[in-house]
Design a protein around this ligand. Structure first.
Ligand code: FAD
Ligand code: DLZ
Length: 511
């Protein structure tokens, strides 16, 4: 009799997958909590707990639908703590005749599964995960023969191909992109909507993790776990976003303010990345809401959001599969410094950095501009080695999976890919941070000062960055204005700025 074993990875909790359309007693699904996955990064405790809780919930759903499920728990005696060893053991114990898996999103796991299939004695095959709009190679094919990989051209092609916000072959409203309208600061007395949070009791999951020596970061309230752990909650969060946040999403997408951790962002990246909901569902839900409430929801809010999902998210995945494994070693500026210890504690006098790090430790979440223009900006200005920065981002965020983490971190944020993802490095002085946030007013450092012990470190480090990397950056058309300002600056002032930057870089642990 033929017997099939199907592997479900922790980020493949897609109940809508065609695998589950038929109940078949000859098919067994396996999910496993294992040390290779808990230990390849120092994950935030909420990430490990969230993934385990979602895996357990998914297994329960499958069982209730009468699928055969094998769930290997972290501390089970028969857990060999790796995909390969557990699968080999199951095959020999249960006489499976065929092995199947869904294409994983991570290069490391893809390679491991291919090797495993070559080494086992039974037949095997991989199927699509039926989640993304694009296949792994689609972006590579789209840009074939091109030297640059412009998001905008990919985004437009995606809109056309999937008929999203289109009127025939023209963009709805006649304009493709409303990014220019999406850069507002939050008005001083504006009170953002309170985020929808869940109160999942995941203390049982946490207890099992505590029994081990798994090294995690951050804190957790396990009796009131705020993140969605199943499809139903994920859909609720999406609904909350559509009804309560979408109308201001674009406007305040780049805004930052102390103690408000998510503003009008959707916080659905975790649900999407572990596939509890699909990007197609997300697009359909927000479009439906806009169609119903066009008098309340401006089109730029919708377009800004759709661009993140069908544009950036698919684009990053495509770049990942096109450029791995080389991508993981790129270091365009040859940065070598160590990440300051306070990245792990939040103990810094810079209010913006403290706020972004503190909330990351508390919620395993920071929104895009905090990741890009606060922590990422500082790390690049301070010349931190991209490996160190990747390790931090891959660990700390609940939504962090290498395909979308590394392309955002090494690519968009650190320009370590030399300009594959971005056309210029995302760096800024205090001017930008102050323009988009309410951080600077309460800061120990002074946003207007470039030198002196109270000068904002972002200011001198910003000019130091351009000075240091002239050879690589001066010819970049988009940086022409910055170099022209730097060139015209009084030589004495320039020297003082560079001395100040040098001082800060030598004392980076004490900032
Ligand atoms: P929203 O602001 O509500 O956006 C909606 C959705 O759009 C997100 O859920 C996400 O799926 C998608 N999206 C938006 N921007 C991007 C982007 N640049 N790349 C890919 N998808 C995007 N995103 C991750 O999912 N995992 C990561 O590990 C990750 N690491 C990042 C590291 C750095 C340094 C930076 C600058 C960005 C990173 N991002 C990552 C992208 C982005 O910051 C997050 O997707 C977003 O903050 C998640 O919160 P949200 O769901 O509230 O997003
Ligand atoms: C991130 C993660 C963690 C912490 N633990 C597990 C696990 O125990 N079992 C599992 O199947 N998946 C886990 N994951 C998610 C995987 O790392 C992810 O599925 C692969 O990296 C492929 O993207």
């Amino acid at each position: 009799m033929s017997k099939t074993l199907r592997l479900i990875l922790g980020d493949q909790l897609n109940s809508q997958h065609s695998w589950y359309k038929t109940i078949d007693d000859s098919v067994t699904y396996v999910l496993m909590e294992i040390r290779t996955e808990t230990d390849y990064a120092q994950h935030h405790i909420q990430k490990v707990v969230g993934i385990f809780a979602a895996m357990q919930s998914f297994a329960t759903t499958l069982k209730s639908e009468k699928h055969q499920v094998e769930y290997i728990k972290l501390n089970d005696e028969n857990n060999f703590q790796s995909f390969e060893k557990n699968i080999e053991s199951l095959i020999s114990k249960n006489n499976f005749t065929h092995f199947e898996y869904q294409l994983p999103d991570e290069y490391r796991v893809d390679l491991m599964l291919k090797n495993l299939c070559n080494s086992i004695s039974i037949s095997s095959n991989a199927v699509d995960s039926e989640h993304f709009f694009t296949s792994r190679n689609e972006l590579g094919n789209f840009f074939e023969g091109k030297k640059t990989f412009l998001l905008e051209s990919f985004y437009r092609a995606m809109r056309k191909k999937h008929n999203v916000l289109m009127e025939g072959d023209k963009p709805l409203t006649g304009q493709w992109n409303y990014d220019g309208e999406n850069r507002k600061k939050l008005p001083k007395n504006h009170k953002p909507i309170l985020p929808l949070v869940f109160d999942n009791d995941v203390s049982g999951v946490l207890e099992e993790i505590i029994k081990t020596d798994i090294n995690t970061i951050g804190t957790i309230d396990a009796e009131n776990f705020v993140w969605p752990i199943n499809r139903e909650q994920s859909l609720q969060l999406l609904d909350f976003f559509a009804t309560e946040c979408l109308h201001l999403f674009g406007s305040y997408q780049d805004a930052m303010t102390p103690n408000e951790w998510s503003l009008y962002h959707s916080r659905i990246s975790f649900s999407m990345n572990i596939k509890m909901i699909s990007p197609q569902e997300v697009i359909a839900r927000v479009t439906e809401e806009w169609e119903k409430r066009q008098n309340e929801i401006e089109y730029n809010q919708l377009e800004g959001f759709v661009r993140q999902i069908i544009g950036w998210r698919e684009y990053m995945r495509g770049i990942y599969w096109l450029k791995m494994p080389e991508y993981a070693t790129m270091n365009y500026f040859n940065n070598q410094e160590k990440l300051p210890d306070w990245f792990w504690t939040g103990k810094t006098k810079m209010t913006c950095m403290k706020d972004a790090i503190d909330q990351s430790l508390k919620y395993a979440y920071a929104h895009h501009i905090q990741r890009l223009m606060i922590t990422g900006n500082f790390a690049l200005l301070a010349g931190i080695h991209p490996d160190e920065i990747d390790a931090w981002y891959l660990g700390i965020y609940i939504d962090a999976f290498e395909w979308v983490e590394i392309t955002n971190t090494r690519g968009m944020s650190q320009f370590a890919d030399g300009g594959i993802v971005g056309t210029k490095p995302y760096v800024s002085s205090a001017t930008y941070i102050d323009k988009m946030s309410h951080y600077c007013g309460s800061c120990f450092y002074k946003k207007a000062l470039k030198v002196g012990e109270k000068s904002c470190p972002f200011n001198s480090l910003y000019w130091n960055f351009f000075d240091q990397h002239q050879e690589k950056l001066r010819s970049n058309f988009r940086l022409k204005m910055m170099y022209s300002i730097w060139d015209k600056m009084d030589p004495m002032q320039k020297e003082n700025i560079l001395i100040q930057a040098d001082h800060y870089l030598s004392n980076v642990e004490n900032l």
